[in-house]
Design a protein around this ligand. Structure first.
Ligand code: PLP
Length: 357
């Protein structure tokens, strides 16, 4: 299928914010990608069009039953002006895994990649130049069939929007204070946790608000059955450096298989660090902090890349990780991954992919 491109007319172009005024998720570029699906007929009409409102029936199934998925990746401008994506094949693949779990149709991976590239190419001027900034890309699929009744929709829409975002740490690498939620859970094994689907974020809001009111940045999620094993932190995967070993929870079904998580595991292994995927209980975490064996804790995800955890608050007690500062491995992983993304460091795994002009 060929992607039809309808460029925005001058009056349809949007105001582009200054490089130092980029707020995450607030500004969107001039164009979007759309493609429609019908059960008998499959995907049709892939197109890049001016960014605009979507119209849909108030009975559109996504609005009632939450049948929708998304992805998040970024395009980075290198010092030489060229634009690169970071492991986009992984996002495209995960999108289809999420689609299967949510009974949505899969998208041809090559067409999906082509759509991302067509969009980045036409809005190349929207890929910011300021340090640490990027163009955030949000592929989304929603059930658009107008029908009430719980069953998979026969019609849906796949769309991609993009928007410039600033450096995650404009004032430098900043450790966060984390609230451990032992009352509310994000997901459960056998549930939707491993899919990037809308419901997971709805499920997280309440505990996130409690944490925020108490002055914490993010929630650390425990498993839903025993409230004992650590799962994720906010919308990031979590890593523990215990002495000289890196530990992260295994992908048991309730954890989102992060691409940054995978990059951290591969890089650390490449450096000769022992990486173990295993269950880790909150009691072990607290104990290890108290004995001093816990050297670092950090979150990993596309938005922040690496987010160092300064302290954990659990059952009315604060546990400070070492001196509450940024750990050596957190810093090294952040520098290495962002270095690869911006073309400042060697790319031994072939992770970057140029968007040719
Ligand atoms: C997107 C996401 C992550 C991080 O995935 P990346 O591919 O590294 O961006 C982790 N946890 C949750 C719940 C997520 O939604």
């Amino acid at each position: 299928m060929k992607i039809v491109i309808q460029p925005a007319r001058p009056e349809q172009r949007r105001d582009r914010p200054a490089g130092d005024k980029l707020v995450f998720g607030k500004n969107f570029s001039d164009h979007m990608f759309l493609m429609d699906y019908r059960e008998n007929g499959g995907w049709r009409d892939p197109r890049v069009v001016p960014y605009d409102n979507l119209t849909m029936d108030p009975a559109a199934m996504v609005l009632h039953y939450g049948q929708g998925i998304f992805e998040g990746l970024k395009a980075y401008r290198w010092a030489d002006g060229r634009i690169h994506l970071f492991r986009p094949e992984k996002n495209v693949e995960r999108f289809n895994r999420s689609a299967r779990r949510m009974c949505l149709p899969e998208v041809d991976p090559n067409l999906h990649l082509e759509a991302i590239e067509a969009l980045v190419r036409i809005d190349a001027e929207w890929v910011p130049r300021s340090a640490g900034s990027s163009l955030y890309i949000r592929p989304t699929m929603i059930a658009t069939e107008a029908a009430l009744g719980v069953r998979p929709a026969h019609e849906c829409l796949f769309y991609i929007i993009t928007g410039p975002v600033g450096a995650y740490y404009p004032e430098g690498f900043n450790p966060v204070r984390i609230y451990v939620s032992d009352e509310y859970v994000r997901t459960v094994r056998g549930g939707l946790g491993e899919a990037k689907t809308m419901a997971n974020y709805a499920a997280s809001l309440y505990a996130q608000e409690i944490a925020k009111k108490k002055g914490f940045t993010q929630v650390l999620w425990l498993d839903a059955v025993e409230r004992r094993y650590v799962e994720e932190v906010g919308t990031m995967n979590i890593f523990f450096r215990i002495d000289d070993e890196l530990v992260t929870p295994p992908l048991t079904g309730s954890i989102l298989p992060g691409i940054t998580r995978d990059s951290v595991i591969q890089l650390a292994g490449h450096w000769g660090i022992k990486v173990t995927e295993r269950l880790i209980s909150i009691d072990e975490v607290m104990e290890t902090i108290e004995t001093g064996a816990m050297k670092e804790i950090f979150g990993a995800g596309t938005a922040a890349v690496i987010s160092p955890v300064g302290s954990l608050f659990f059952k009315e007690k604060t546990y400070k990780v070492q001196d509450g500062g940024v750990g050596e491995w957190s810093r090294r992983l952040f520098d290495e991954i962002t270095g690869i993304q911006y073309g400042e460091k060697e790319d031994p795994f072939g992770w970057v992919r140029e968007v040719k002009p």
